[in-house]
Design a protein around this ligand. Structure first.
Ligand code: KG4
Ligand code: ZN
Length: 342
């Protein structure tokens, strides 16, 4: 089964061709970082316009690289939400148009479900059920993943997402957008114990996150230093901030695994590209006898391969989407406690 996946929920226009749910024939990603960088964050209107310009060449490149044409496809999978509605509509309308012209089935995929399943794009695949942490620019959530189309939210952020905190702290430090990759690079030479930034554990049994207090603590630290005319060590700030995020993410996801008696943990989303997070979770997981799965770096950040993969399993479960279906900005996956079935 040959599926074309499309992703346009934020600032990446992406298309991928996936064969039989495991063989990735192409994975094309056009990043808009250069467009949004001068503004220190994604400008929704600019994002939609860029998606419009990019969608055709990106899809054409994905088909060419895969050595296939639209006539070879068996179906399309496209991100339906959550994200910027103007941006989502570009990918969704493009998929609907191909579906209508070529008479192909298409399925709208939840972006978070795409991230949740992204470890399956690798050779070694996690057994069900597993605990997954999706940490990205828009979400920081812990799920119990029952199977390819069923998952249950166990915890989520009450304010900023982990990636959002990285990006906001990066902005405060005058670093390039997005802050995550730059902070993690600078942190490599900093001391993670230099500044005791707070960890928001919330209630003892809580699997929720909160990163806004940490962000404020970094702002206060910078402000106090400035007032006293004292120099700051950017690498130490990056390492100490990163440590606070990594510690809380790891501790909560391990707590979720323990509580549900699950021996498999998967990491996904843009923040899963963070080397310190990857190393720490591997180490703590090994100490507790857990198997840890994480996608390669390019499959952590937004891509269409994970959307094609999720689409494959939706089709396998006989789920298709009608041409009347609209994009959505908020995810139905994110209902605490309830089980989400695609
Ligand atoms: O999954 P993603 O590409 O898009 C969303 O769905 O949001 O995640 C993007 C987020 C950004 O906030 C970015 O700063 C963060 O992932 N990120 C990182 C790293 N690489 C990307 N955060 C920390 N360390 C990294 N190495
Ligand atoms: Zn994402």
């Amino acid at each position: 089964m040959l599926i074309l996946g499309l992703e346009s929920s934020c600032d990446e226009t992406a298309a991928a061709v996936l064969r039989d749910g495991h063989t990735l024939l192409s994975n094309v990603i056009n990043s808009q970082v250069a467009v949004h960088s001068p503004y220190g964050g994604v400008v929704p209107e600019l994002a939609s316009r860029k998606h419009l310009e990019n969608i055709y060449p990106v899809v054409a490149a994905a088909l060419t690289q895969a050595g296939v044409t639209l006539d070879d496809l068996d179906g399309l999978a496209v991100t339906q939400g959550p994200g910027l509605v103007g941006s989502l509509l570009v990918g969704l309308s493009f998929a609907k148009a191909i579906s209508a012209v070529k008479g192909l089935p298409y399925v709208g995929v939840d972006h978070i479900v795409g991230h949740l399943l992204s470890p399956f794009l690798e050779k070694e695949q996690p057994p069900f059920p597993y605990i997954a942490l999706v940490a990205s620019g828009g979400h920081s959530s812990i799920f119990l993943v029952h199977d390819h189309t069923t998952s249950q939210l166990l915890g989520r952020t009450r304010d900023d997402a982990a990636g959002e905190a990285f990006d906001k702290v990066g902005k405060m430090l005058g670093l390039e957008y997005p802050g995550g990759p730059v902070i993690s690079r600078l942190a490599e030479t900093g001391n993670p114990a230099a500044i005791p930034f707070p960890r928001a554990w919330l209630a003892p049994d809580s699997l929720d996150f909160s990163f806004s207090g940490l962000k404020t603590a970094v702002a206060n630290y910078l402000h106090q230093r400035q007032e006293k005319n004292e120099p700051v060590n950017i690498c130490d700030i990056c390492a100490s901030f990163q440590e606070a995020v990594v510690e809380v993410l790891c501790e909560k996801v391990l707590k979720a695994a323990q509580r549900h008696h699950i021996k498999t943990v998967a990491l996904a989303g843009g923040v899963a590209a963070n080397p310190r997070l990857r190393r720490t979770l591997q180490k703590l997981g090994a100490e507790r006898g857990l198997r840890i799965f994480m996608p390669s770096l390019e499959l952590c950040t937004d891509n269409a391969a994970m959307i094609a993969l999720a689409g494959f399993y939706h089709f396998a479960a006989k789920a298709t989407t009608s041409l009347e279906t609209d994009a959505y900005s908020r995810s139905p996956v994110l209902h605490p406690g309830s089980v989400y079935k695609a």
